[in-house]
Design a protein around this ligand. Structure first.
Ligand SMILES: *Cc1c(COP(=O)(O)O)cnc(C)c1O
Length: 365
């Protein structure tokens, strides 16, 4: 059996370090916002090249608190992509705002800057690009649009930890970046976790307050906040993995490039790298007209495979009524043809070759 993500192999390398750190945390009994969360936030800020990072309970919360801190609220429109995980749009709904879904670029599968421009109305308050599958969105164009129209730019970096454009990390370009440490993400915890990054003192202060019951000083509450703190135990694990994130992402890129080389001559589309930014391959996603046959061949050999995402957000039951009349031809066409192969920090060349051979078999190649 070949899993989508081999977390066991990754754990074997950091086992001693993690176990020692966890044991120490248990001895110290400092479980909430302890020294490891503080150290991890500092290490993340250094790595990402931002002034502040704030650990929170999940990527979804990171997006939610980022929108709240930026003052996005009832009736405001937030332009985003429908080709993403539901959490991107859920966060917009949590603050009472309206997600306005626009189409994607057919090559990068990221939000299309021209489509953003066309969707701007007097109610538009923010743009929320997703660096989908680990490839940075076109931030040069998107930043320029946001500046020109005075819109907040909130980056969904849940799939792009470590991705960069001209040396700038995703999440360090817009007003605020939101990251997820869900176990299968490029930097994954052993449970839920998330992070907000920003260069603004004011936004950082607000997010710290929101994550901890609206309080700066214990038992004094200034606003209605949430219980959304990054767990101390998760911070121990994340610190061990953050040290190795460059190696992890490099390994993902290596596996992806090998796949693309081995599948290059087949009648399917391998992931497009725009080379503007560094793609960190959270997913390795093909476009293929014979998707069902390829999926079946992989499943028969017990090889992990998945469809991210089969139903774009504007066509989900929860948004169907709200989005009646919304047509996103590129998104819809991609959703009908996309499929993702196993990729992670620990995937051998042999395994990539084995998977590629099964796919080649479908095409008798
Ligand atoms: C994983 C993910 C999220 C949500 O992160 P959680 O930590 O699971 O809450 C949000 N947006 C995108 C694009 C994601 O991939």
């Amino acid at each position: 059996m070949i899993p989508m993500v081999n977390l066991k192999a990754q754990y074997a390398e950091i086992k001693t370090e993690v176990e020692q750190g966890l044991a120490q945390t248990i001895e110290n009994c400092s479980f909430i916002l302890g020294p490891n969360v503080q150290a991890f936030e500092k290490e993340c800020a250094d790595y990402l090249g931002v002034k502040h990072t704030i650990g929170v309970a999940s990527g979804t919360d990171a997006l939610h608190l980022a929108l709240l801190a930026e003052g996005i609220g009832a009736g405001d429109e937030v332009i985003t992509t429908a080709f993403t995980f539901i959490a991107t749009a859920e966060a917009i709904k949590y603050v009472g705002a309206i997600p306005v879904f626009v189409d994607i670029d057919p090559q990068t599968l990221n939000i299309c800057p021209d489509a953003i421009k066309k969707a701007i109305t007097p109610k538009t308050k923010a743009v929320m690009p997703v660096h989908l599958f680990g490839q940075p969105a076109d931030m040069a164009k998107i930043s320029a649009i946001c500046e020109q129209h005075h819109l907040k730019l909130i980056e969904d970096c849940c799939q792009s930890f470590g991705a960069s454009i001209n040396g700038l990390q995703t999440g360090a370009i817009g007003d605020v970046g939101a990251y997820s440490f869900f176990p299968s993400k490029n930097l994954g915890a052993f449970g839920d976790g998330g992070l907000v990054a920003t260069n603004s003192d004011e936004i950082a202060q607000k997010i710290k307050r929101f994550r901890n019951h609206g309080s700066d000083v214990r038992y004094y509450h200034d606003v209605i906040g949430y219980n959304s703190r990054l767990d101390e135990m998760q911070a121990v694990i994340l610190r061990a993995k953050l040290k190795r994130i460059e190696q992890y992402n490099q390994a993902r890129r290596h596996a992806a490039h090998l796949y693309s080389e081995l599948l290059a001559d087949l009648p399917l589309t391998t992931p497009f790298e725009d080379h503007v930014g560094v793609h960190v391959y959270h997913q390795y996603t093909l476009l293929c007209d014979r998707r069902d046959e390829v999926l079946k061949a992989l499943q028969d050999k017990q090889i992990g495979c998945a469809i991210y995402y089969p139903v774009p957000l504007h066509q989900q039951n929860v948004f169907k009524t709200e989005c009646a009349g919304v047509s996103l031809p590129v998104t819809e066409s991609v959703a009908a043809r996309c499929m993702s192969l196993p990729i992670c920090s620990h995937l051998s060349d042999e395994t990539v070759k084995e998977i590629a051979a099964v796919i080649r078999g479908v095409f008798n190649a």
